[in-house]
Design a protein around this ligand. Structure first.
Ligand SMILES: NC(=O)c1ccc[n+]([C@@H]2O[C@H](COP(=O)([O-])OP(=O)(O)OC[C@H]3O[C@@H](n4cnc5c(N)ncnc54)[C@H](OP(=O)(O)O)[C@@H]3O)[C@@H](O)[C@H]2O)c1
Length: 372
């Protein structure tokens, strides 16, 4: 993009996600008092962002970065986790050039109203975000974030948002003594979210609890090599899971066929069935009543609020930082992150992620321009 007066945005058709197009938005000539314009430098794109889009209406992800409904009806901006730099500021506490991490649209610029601003970060107080989960409205000021290592910016972008789920779900299972289970079965075992969960569970679980990674045949060798699970079972071998060992089932990517097969095989030996994502969502199939306990959704923002009040913000930060530090170093063994720049790289990465075609040892970070 050579015209600096416009921001570029990547829009997708909300009910046909494979349809996408670019849209140039005129950047405001002037900011209002208290506003800050962020230029997005880099963002990550993984299966998790596809869940945001699939659940865009049900969980209101489309409402974070609304488009002009009269002109672009039916289109939406998928939220991503990105690093932005203050491009222009009319806020006394935020100077041009400061870098922040948080929720962005797939767009080169975002105007926010930071309020309140603290040393650690700020909340975007724009009216349309007020009713949305606060955790998605928070931006971390990277100079003040002890958990951020600039040398690991790409890992931060790809893994940090997923790690929150891994961390809070592991804490939930540990508190409940794994619901008395002898096996914790995690589907989409090759996903980064599942790898983080398995890593954290392995550190604290009783020796007689086995962590089982369920994965597709094509990804089984990677999962076994990464060594995060006690056992690796492929989707076509679900009936080999021990049917007499009490189980917790964690459905990471929302493949109903896989979850249904596990429930049919294990039925009432399942103590808890937890649903995490919906990368392949088929609502008709998901309404089917399965043997065993009804799957429960795990929504990370609710757990963040709960832990903040139980542990206090400081202890929560300390515990997360310790867990994150250990995990991120471990990912050096198995994760490679590619960085793409410009429209065609963004389009190609989006198509690949949407089709589920990214190899598990790979992830994408993207930038709108080379200068980022
Ligand atoms: N509820 C929450 O708060 C929360 C937070 C973080 C993540 N999640 C969910 O966790 C899931 C994994 O996210 P991630 O970013 O960790 O994924 P990722 O690293 O990109 O993992 C992709 C893996 O998911 C499995 N997969 C199967 N079909 C897929 C498809 N159609 N598209 C993409 N992946 C497919 C594959 O694993 P196998 O071959 O092993 O099946 C693939 O290797 C997503 O559904 C996401 O929404 C939810």
């Amino acid at each position: 993009m050579s015209d600096t007066s416009v921001a570029e945005a990547f829009l997708v058709q909300r009910d046909a996600l494979a349809q996408s197009r670019w849209h140039d938005i005129v950047r405001p000539a002037d900011l209002a008092e208290g506003e800050v314009e962020l230029r997005q430098l880099r963002f990550a794109l993984t299966a998790n962002n596809i869940t945001y889009a699939r659940f865009g209406d049900a969980i209101q992800y489309w409402r974070f970065f609304p488009i002009d409904e009269t002109r672009d009806k039916g289109w939406g901006q998928i939220p991503v986790w990105g690093i932005g730099e203050v491009a222009r500021s009319r806020h006394p506490q935020l100077a041009e050039g400061e870098r922040v991490y948080g929720y962005f649209p797939m767009a080169s610029h975002l105007v926010v109203t930071p309020e309140p601003v603290r040393a650690a970060g700020f909340v975007d107080a724009k009216a349309h975000r007020a009713e949305l989960p606060r955790t998605y409205n928070e931006y971390a000021r990277l100079d003040h974030d002890r958990g951020y290592d600039p040398a690991r910016a790409d890992q931060h972008l790809v893994l940090r948002p997923l790690f929150a789920l891994s961390f809070f779900l592991a804490a939930h299972l540990q508190d409940a003594n794994c619901f008395g289970a002898r096996q914790i079965i995690i589907s989409s075992a090759s996903s980064k979210t599942a790898m983080g969960l398995a890593f954290l569970l392995a550190q604290h679980k009783p020796a007689d609890v086995r962590i089982v990674g369920l994965t597709s045949p094509g990804n089984a060798a990677f999962v076994a090599r990464a060594g995060a699970y006690d056992d690796v079972v492929t989707y076509d071998a679900i009936t080999t899971l021990p049917a007499d060992a009490r189980a917790v089932v964690v459905d990471i990517a929302g493949d109903h066929k896989v979850l249904a097969a596990v429930h049919r095989h294990l039925g009432d030996t399942i103590a808890q069935s937890i649903r995490v994502g919906a990368t392949h969502w088929d609502s008709a199939a998901a309404n089917e009543v399965l043997p065993g306990p009804a799957p429960q959704w795990f929504f990370t923002p609710d757990h963040i609020v709960r832990r903040r009040s139980e542990w206090g913000a400081d202890l929560l930060r300390t515990r997360m930082a310790a867990a994150w530090g250990a995990f991120v170093v471990d990912t050096d063994r198995w994760l490679r992150i590619g960085h793409g720049v410009g429209r065609s790289a963004i389009e190609a990465a989006y198509a690949e992620v949407l089709a589920g075609g990214v190899p598990p040892e790979m992830a994408h970070t993207l930038s709108f321009t080379q200068t980022a």
